[in-house]
Design a protein around this ligand. Structure first.
Ligand code: SF4
Length: 404
């Protein structure tokens, strides 16, 4: 029986989809990426209404094609799905993961369609930011055993996945439930010879401790790119969001990291249109984008999610205003990103080549710069040292170009 897996959402979902791939393959299913399949497993993300609607559209299409649908992942409103799509079979994500673990499959051995492998090290979040539904669907913090993570990383790196991306619903919580910390894990990873490089997927500001900075600094294979969600540049909004820092703390930490890791880069998430966001609050976010010189800003609009405190706050902003603010923020973020990328012209970087496109080799540098490498040599899955020469416009974004 042919099974196709559709993945939505974050890197944790991508990791879990890989686990499902290996599990169902061991159960005798033929895993395919083609249109020719009998069953599809959809790994859902409910972080925003938009993300959920995208999946519902896909489900309607697949039902019209008479495909059998299995659904798992982060499900906000199971009853709504059961009533709207009665033919779909829902697998509770945690029960499915438990069943996979009972079968003896605890680690993945490859990462389909990628040169980098994402490793889930911790599940759950107990932060309860006021807009976020994730703690309700992912539950309490659960760290994976460190031995299991290390053996998974060894296996993946021996199988040619030279870059490991540590990921979690809230990565910095790793070890909180087991008496360890992310620093312990970093110490173990940097001693694995076959791991050519590793990076952190996203980390909350309050989890970047002096100890963690020290461990990362002492890891020659650490890629110095930090994704630290800011969400808003306004303290008033950060407080309403129940984020445990103020803008000054954020800026100071970025300055410290920039001093500690030469030529490192920063990316972030910023939410536009949180209830009550005034023009002054919005301008504070724009200023933050400029001040922190982000390589990339993941801008997303406030999404009213059930069960969250923010859904009960009045002062929701009109759609038109949110759209205008999004456009303005996009423009500023793009301009800033271009300036940051241009600063690297003339620098030597190491690019992990992921694919051949636009007649060049494409991949990311250790700073997470998107780089095209011009070469007649097949560079697939190689890490190459190149000198950045210029920028190129690539699907409305700016990438960098180097020769090899
Ligand atoms: S830290 Fe906040 S935004 Fe991130 S998953 Fe937890 S509750 Fe959601």
């Amino acid at each position: 029986m042919k099974l196709k897996i559709f993945t939505f959402g974050c890197k944790v979902n991508q990791y879990e989809s890989q686990l499902y791939r290996e599990y169902f393959s061991a159960q005798g299913y033929e895993i395919t990426n083609s249109h020719n399949f009998e069953i599809c497993l959809i790994n859902l993300c409910c972080v925003t209404k938009k993300a959920e609607n995208e999946v519902f559209r896909l489900m309607r299409k697949l039902i019209s094609q008479k495909k059998k649908i299995w659904l798992t992942g982060c499900i906000a409103d199971r009853r709504f799905i059961e009533e709207t799509f009665p033919s779909i079979m829902i697998f509770d994500r945690q029960k499915l993961l438990n069943e996979i673990e009972k079968s003896g499959l605890k680690t993945i051995s490859r990462f389909n369609g990628h040169s980098r492998a994402f490793i889930k090290v911790v599940d759950g979040c107990e932060s309860f930011c006021s807009y976020c539904i994730i703690p309700y669907v992912r539950g309490k913090i659960r760290s994976r055993p460190i031995d299991e993570i290390i053996s998974e990383i060894k296996c993946l790196s021996e199988n040619g996945f030279y870059e490991i991306v540590l990921t979690g619903i809230n990565l910095g919580y790793f070890g909180k439930d087991t008496g360890l910390s992310l620093s312990h894990l970093i110490r173990e990873i940097r001693n694995i010879d076959t791991v050519k490089r590793f990076r952190l997927s996203s980390i909350e500001l309050q989890h970047i401790t002096d100890e963690l900075i020290k461990e990362l600094r002492e890891s020659p294979n650490f890629c110095p790119s930090f994704h630290i969600p800011l969400q808003s540049g306004s303290d008033r909004i950060l407080e309403k969001m129940r984020r445990p820092y103020r803008y000054k703390d954020y800026k100071e930490k970025i300055e410290l990291l920039a001093k500690t890791f030469s030529n490192c880069t920063f990316t972030t998430d910023i939410m536009i249109g949180f209830p009550g966001e005034s023009e002054t609050d919005f301008r504070a976010s724009l200023k933050a984008i400029e001040e922190n010189e982000f390589l990339k800003v993941h801008l997303f609009r406030f999404s009213n999610r059930p069960k969250t405190y923010a859904s009960t706050i009045e002062e929701h902003l009109p759609d038109k205003l949110i759209k205008q603010r999004m456009e303005k923020a996009f423009d500023i973020a793009n301009n800033v990103a271009t300036l940051v990328k241009k600063k690297f012209i003339g620098y030597q970087v190491y690019v992990l080549v992921e694919q051949y496109r636009n007649q060049m080799w494409f991949g990311y540098s250790e700073q997470y710069l998107p780089v095209y490498v011009d070469s007649n040599v097949d560079l697939t899955n190689r890490i190459v040292r190149v000198k950045i020469e210029k920028t190129i416009t690539d699907k409305e974004n700016i990438s960098l170009v180097a020769s090899y």
